[in-house]
Ligand binder design. Structure first.
Ligand SMILES: [Mn+2]
Length: 324
């Protein structure tokens, strides 16, 4: 097996993954996520690839030792590149950095880090992919992005980047997103992809309905506004933001329950509270719970029965740690 590129399913994941494919042409591409990266790597290690590039995958505290173990299973000859912008403790950084070629920085998106890391070997459109990732992840105010926006008309870059953001709400992230990754490596602009443009418009119309739904159905506990089980799938980050706004709260949650689990996106509003830290302090106290992310945007999965308790604990944590 020549090489493997692994990335996350959101726009920063897709663009950083496409940059990975440009650097390592002919690689197999896989989507992964923090809760399953250890098992995906375990499967890939058996195929003894030459190189593995992992981007935009957060290191899940509860899976960290599993990840280290599985990295030790790769043959000496495999070069593993890990590029990420999610929080890592100093200790995690050290241990991970011993096993992989690590580029880790807080602030820029993963696509920017991938671009800067491999820019010597990338075609011109690699840069645009990096800027779409930055726009999508709200990481569009770094020294690098500011310098690059100044070289083009940044309004056009935003149109292209946001077409991807909107269309992705309506795309099945395993099937069609993979095609999108390959199309982006070819240098096709989002505006030139007919399906992407129409999906983006559809998603934008649906987003208006999502806002109305959240406006009538969101509930509030302490400083948290939340919406549970919206009648449509996707739009989780957006509806979490809306839930905070319409309830005049500092944290917004959009949660979806299945038979025995509840899975949620969490965003903050008018607050500097660190959501990743908040989850790090609450989730270890709940069985089967996992999650994390960035200070301003995070996600979690837990037992359905624990959801009320989780909301209560997060409300108390927010009250105790609130910073405007
Ligand atoms: Mn990202």
């Amino acid at each position: 097996m020549p090489s493997v590129v692994i990335s996350h399913g959101d726009v920063d994941g897709i663009t950083s993954g496409a940059i990975g494919l440009l650097k390592f042409p002919g690689s197999s591409f896989y989507f992964s996520r923090p809760s399953q990266i250890h098992s995906d790597l375990n499967r890939i290690a058996k195929e003894k690839p030459d190189t593995v590039s992992i981007s935009d995958i957060a290191v899940n505290e509860m899976r960290f030792d599993d990840i280290l173990q599985v990295l030790d299973r790769f043959p000496e000859s495999t070069e593993v590149y890990w590029t990420d912008h999610h929080p890592l403790t100093r200790k995690q950084r050290g241990k991970l950095g011993k096993r992989v070629n690590l580029v880790h920085e807080i602030g820029p998106c993963a696509a920017e880090l991938m671009y800067r890391r491999f820019s010597d070997d990338l075609p011109e459109h690699g840069l645009r992919l990096a800027l779409y990732g930055a726009i999508a992840d709200y990481c569009d105010n770094t020294p690098f992005t500011n310098q690059q926006f100044d070289n083009f008309d940044k309004r056009t870059l935003y149109l292209e980047g946001v077409l991807l953001v909107q269309a992705l709400q309506e795309i099945d992230y395993r099937r069609e997103s993979k095609d999108l990754v390959y199309e982006l490596t070819l240098g096709i602009s989002p505006s030139a992809m007919n399906n992407i443009v129409s999906l983006a418009m559809k998603a934008t119309r649906i987003e208006t309905e999502v806002f109305r739904h959240v406006q009538t159905n969101a509930r509030k506990i302490g400083r948290i506004g939340y919406i549970l089980d919206m009648p449509i799938s996707g739009y989780r980050g957006k509806s979490a933001k809306f839930a905070a706004y319409v309830t005049d709260s500092n944290i917004g949650i959009s949660a979806k329950s299945s038979e025995d689990e509840v899975d949620m996106s969490i965003r903050r509003r008018a607050s500097a509270i660190d959501l990743n830290k908040a989850l790090g302090s609450i989730l270890p106290g709940l069985t089967n719970a996992h999650g994390g992310g960035h200070p301003a945007a995070a996600g979690a999965t837990l037992d359905k029965n624990d959801f009320p308790r989780f909301l209560q604990q997060l409300a108390e944590y927010t009250e105790a740690n609130f910073r405007p």
